[in-house]
Design a protein around this ligand. Structure first.
Ligand SMILES: [Zn+2]
Length: 181
């Protein structure tokens, strides 16, 4: 029933994002399979699944879905097929149709990856700009209270505020996009 296909089409981080399970900076979640008070379940990238270092729960995206929603294995696959719009023909195994859907999904994943790169580049461009502004601010910082700052300093100060705001949004966008991968 397309187990291999599904495992390769949906990543664990993507699954967590879809079902509102928060992954921390280190790639851990509060384990939903035991009473966990500090994140002890590791979420691996791509198709490498999950592993709880406390209770030992582990498996792939279908195992996670099955246990998380208390579903049968078949129903877990049906749910993933629907929630991720995989459109795999689940009644019977249609290799050709499956391959077509998989190719479509791969294209979508590539598109999402390209979008992430675009957002990442934007973030670092803004970061570089901010560093440049800091240099200007340091170079033209007025030395005494009674000396008015040169216009280049005042302008840089204004620009700094604007770039900082843009950088904040760029970071939010990037983090959101990363959650999709
Ligand atoms: Zn656990």
């Amino acid at each position: 029933m397309y187990e291999g296909e599904i495992k390769n089409l949906i990543s664990m981080p993507e699954l967590c994002n879809r079902y509102g399970v928060e992954v921390d900076r280190n790639g851990f979640i509060l384990c939903p399979f035991h009473a966990d008070d500090s994140p002890s379940c590791k979420i691996y990238p791509g198709n490498r699944g999950f592993h709880c270092f406390s209770c030992g729960a582990n498996g792939d995206v279908t195992d996670f879905t099955e246990q998380y929603f208390s579903l049968s294995h078949t129903d877990a696959i049906r749910k993933l097929n629907a929630d991720f719009a995989l459109n795999l023909p689940l009644d019977g195994y249609d290799k050709e149709a499956a391959e077509k859907q998989i190719a479509a999904r791969r294209r979508e994943q590539e598109r999402q990856k390209a979008e992430e790169k675009r957002l990442r580049d934007r973030y670092w461009d803004l970061y570089d700009t901010l560093l440049g502004i800091e240099m200007v601010l340091n170079a033209f910082r007025p030395v005494g209270m009674d000396i008015p700052p040169p216009p280049v300093f005042t302008a840089a100060l204004l620009k700094k505020e604007q770039i900082e705001k843009e950088l904040e949004f760029a970071e939010i966008d990037l983090r959101r996009q990363k959650g999709r991968l």
